[in-house]
Design a protein around this ligand. Structure first.
Ligand code: ATR
Length: 502
């Protein structure tokens, strides 16, 4: 089983130990990053394995490999030798591993390591990209007997990541540590078991004095608890969320928590993608079973679907895809989540006789307009760019206008329900209000698809005028519950509804 390794980047051994104690239950191995220690502390590092009480890797990373060591090579070798010096008969008091870069040829260090039972990790870092012959590179790292090969590379896109998984397959026989750094690499860290990596490096978040050990590392608690890293095997079904830039925090928590509660052998992984084609290639290689597709790929994914639900066809956007032997099946749960949320909010079974203003004309507005039409409501579409409002309104014969004085005046006739679908008012620009000139009467039901902040400026004004208000969180949860059903074929457990976060 792949292990969780915590990179310790404190300036003192005491600080590293404090961090280790705090996270001990999530950690199998610690990496002492001696390059982050104060110079005086480096001479004490020999004590650390005994203090730590679990297997420790000794690493002194140079600047060119992403580390902080600025001294000369001689100084580095001296510190490494001190770390490996045989002081105790008990091998548990020695470093379990030492990380030696592939270009570091110091036979005395290697001999010391072998003599004292310290396993050599022969490491290679490519901070710029992924080598064209990564397979050959990994094979070349296996020089002697029980050395562990380590390759850490920096993919520039998702096709690079795909090549790393392929190199992993081609080197499946040997023991190695393999990972992709950076924003595209998080999936290789979570799926260490799939990529055949001996361990996955993590780093604690939110401690101001600790520098990040490498880009893309997760917090050990998140790795162990949210992603259930220790339960992931090659058989674990993989689900994913993709988009770019991928700003998700709620959905990995939602899906991984429910998989855990339901004892489902599945993991849900964020995979930012530079193109939907690259994402699908990687998803197919990994055997991903289902995907939440987010901005900006909800339309771009449609040409790759072998089946499209009626809603995908009518709205022209797809946020949920499921793998089948025939190919990807596409659904739109945003629309279903939205209309369930609105109907419950309004206490109605349809929108017959309701006059509704929809603010915005983007993807979200299209889904809202399609649902309002299906539920027999009548709408006015208002958008900054009036011609886009017209495009959304046209198929349903809805009214439309620009988001200007004339449009705001028209709202008086469409004031039973107001639905805000733009990103205006979202954090970090939470003081914006797309309809700042509209005076709420107090009778409108007002829904905003934004849920951060909880109450947008627009919702605050509406509430102050006496309106009932609803933010987008309810809709988000409802669409995720539909996704759960498409992913697993099972109903979302009713007992979980109303529990925080579900
Ligand atoms: P989504 O898929 O989330 O709806 P989108 O398709 O990019 O995103 O649509 C964004 C919507 O927010 C559009 O209606 C956009 O108006 P334009 O069509 O005029 O671009 C609207 N929007 C974004 N920024 C805005 C702003 N500062 N003021 C008013 N509307 C804005």
């Amino acid at each position: 089983m792949a292990k969780i390794c915590l990179c310790l980047t404190g300036r003192t051994l005491e600080r590293d130990l404090e961090i280790l104690e705090k996270y001990r239950k999530y950690v199998d191995i610690a990496e002492l990053r001696a390059d982050c220690l104060d110079p005086d502390e480096r001479f004490q590092l020999r004590r650390f394995p005994e203090m730590a009480g679990l297997p420790v890797i000794l690493t002194i990373r140079r600047g060119i490999d992403g580390g902080k060591f600025v001294g000369g090579e001689g100084a580095r070798i001296t510190i490494l030798s001190k770390g490996l010096a045989f002081a105790e008969a008990d091998r548990r008091r020695n470093f379990a591993y030492v990380d030696l870069e592939e270009d570091l040829e110091v036979p005395s260090l290697e001999e010391a390591a072998r003599t004292f039972g310290t396993r050599i990790i022969r490491s290679y870092h490519n901070m710029q990209g992924v080598d064209s012959d990564l397979t050959g590179k990994i094979k070349a790292l296996w020089r002697v007997g029980d050395e562990l090969a380590k390759a850490a590379v920096m993919p520039q896109n998702l096709d690079d990541v795909l090549r790393v998984y392929q190199a992993a397959k081609e080197t499946a026989g040997g023991e190695k540590i393999l990972l992709c750094m950076g924003e595209y690499g998080t999936n290789t860290r979570i799926l260490a078991e799939h990529i055949g990596s001996h361990l996955s490096y993590t780093t604690v978040k939110g401690e101001a004095d600790l520098p990040a050990a490498a880009s893309g590392q997760l917090d050990p608690k998140v790795m162990a608890e949210t992603y259930r890293f220790r339960e992931i095997t090659k058989k674990t079904r993989i689900f994913a969320v993709t988009g770019y830039p991928l700003k998700v925090s709620a959905s990995p928590y939602f899906f991984n928590s429910i998989f855990s509660i339901e004892n489902t052998d599945a993991v849900y992984v964020p995979i930012p993608a530079d193109s939907i084609q690259s994402f699908l290639r990687l998803a197919e290689e990994l055997g991903v079973a289902g995907v939440s597709v987010t901005v900006p790929y909800k339309e771009a994914v449609i040409p790759f679907l072998s089946y499209k639900s009626e809603q995908v066809k009518s709205i022209g956007a797809c946020n949920t895809i499921v793998a089948s032997p025939q190919g990807w099946m596409g659904y739109n749960t945003d629309a279903q989540g939205f209309s369930d949320s609105l109907l419950e909010f309004s206490g109605r079974r349809d929108l017959k006789g309701r006059k509704i203003t929809i603010i915005g004309a983007g993807g979200a507005a299209r889904a809202v307009a399609a649902e309002v039409y299906r539920l027999k409501g009548k709408a006015l579409i208002l958008n900054r760019t009036a011609v886009r409002a017209r495009e959304v309104a046209f198929p349903y014969r809805f009214a439309w206008s620009g988001l200007d004085a004339q449009g705001i005046a028209l709202m008086d006739k469409y004031a039973d329900i107001i639905i805000q679908t733009t990103s205006v008012g979202m954090e970090p620009k939470a003081d914006a209000d797309p309809i700042e000139f509209y005076q709420f009467r107090g009778k409108e039901l007002v829904m905003d698809v934004i849920y951060k902040p909880e109450k947008t400026r627009c919702l605050q004004r509406a509430e102050a005028a006496g309106c009932r208000i609803l933010n987008g969180y309810d809709m988000l949860l409802r669409q995720a519950r539909y996704q759960y059903k498409y992913y697993t074929g099972k109903e979302f457990p009713p007992s979980l509804i109303n529990r925080v976060g579900f």
